[in-house]
Design a protein around this ligand. Sequence first.
Ligand SMILES: *[C@@H]1O[C@H](CO)[C@@H](O)[C@H](O)[C@H]1NC(C)=O
Ligand SMILES: *[C@@H]1O[C@H](CO)[C@@H](O)[C@H](O)[C@H]1NC(C)=O
Ligand SMILES: *[C@@H]1O[C@H](CO)[C@@H](O)[C@H](O)[C@H]1NC(C)=O
Ligand SMILES: [Zn+2]
Length: 317
Amino acid sequence: MVSVSLLVVVAAFAGCVRGWGADGHRTVGFIAMEFLTPKTLAFVQNSLGTEFNRSLGTAATWADDVKNEQAFLWSKNLHFVDAEDDPMDGSCSVHELRDCGNQICILAAIANYTTRLVDKSLPATETQIALKFIGELYLLRDISQPLHVEAVAAGGNGITVTCAGKKTNLHAIWDTNMLELNLDAQFGGSVQSYVNSLVSRIQDDDFSEPVSQWLSCTSTTEPFTVVDPSKRALHTTARHPDVARDVRAATITPLACPLVWARESNGFDCTTVFTFRNGTDVCNTGNYLTSAIPVIDLQLARSGLRLATWLNELLDP
Ligand SMILES: *[C@@H]1O[C@H](CO)[C@@H](O)[C@H](O)[C@H]1NC(C)=O
Ligand SMILES: *[C@@H]1O[C@H](CO)[C@@H](O)[C@H](O)[C@H]1NC(C)=O
Ligand SMILES: *[C@@H]1O[C@H](CO)[C@@H](O)[C@H](O)[C@H]1NC(C)=O
Ligand SMILES: [Zn+2]
């Protein structure tokens, strides 16, 4: 009997551990729930059902959870866009064709699942998948994480840094470590307290820029430009040579807003992310962590409100 209860404890703990790194996603999902219209909220709750406690916050890690499963391996490369810019030399940029010419990236994925969410010809299971991808993944955390919009060293995965005495990498500290340190230091480790704080700050317009500015791009249909398919190049990156394919077959019309958000996010690679000093503990020395936390707060709050607005536009126009 002892071993059985131990197993239960281990299983419960494993559930928590998997959540490490997922708090950013959850935060955005829970923020979004606060800004849905009644009609959108009803749609979301109904589509997600009890499996996800009818909440975008609870479902927020689904896309990360499944990406290593056989059936969803293909979705791995949809969590980011490899912006082939030069942030270490102060040059940041995202180009739809250069960086997502093959349409296997977060920009095309947002466009794809935005269309699919409201495609009435699709079965409910596909609608739910679209909702989880849009909500739980793309709009949420990933496109707002500067290193998910960066090609250098596979989005910083290949850059070793020390954070609070732990040897890790630049990508991981932006996904996870710095947020967790801040949660522990300021919010008693509680995602819900953090969410409450960000929701209040959104309502009080208490950020470094007016909250209304976050919603300057909200069209769920406006294409970023008219794309001439013959001008697309065969696209491959050092990071994902396997995803090269003939992009002239590309079928998704890229949207304007995701590119705006990607560029905004990518801008932080130049101003903040790559300013760490090599050889220092980036989470102890104060300066780097201190400049990173407001960026993390801003990006998570923005994503939450934008996600809600996006879903409201789609589901309760
Ligand atoms: C499910 O949601 C309800 C209210 O929406 C909340 O009170 C409850 O704590 C949630 N349960 C879990 C397991 O998250
Ligand atoms: C769009 O979504 C569907 C369903 O998940 C997927 O099969 C298809 O490959 C996606 N298309 C693109 C271009 O990502
Ligand atoms: C950081 O320093 C180590 C050795 O001290 C070196 O191997 C590594 O290339 C440096 N990284 C960067 C990004 O400069
Ligand atoms: Zn990541």
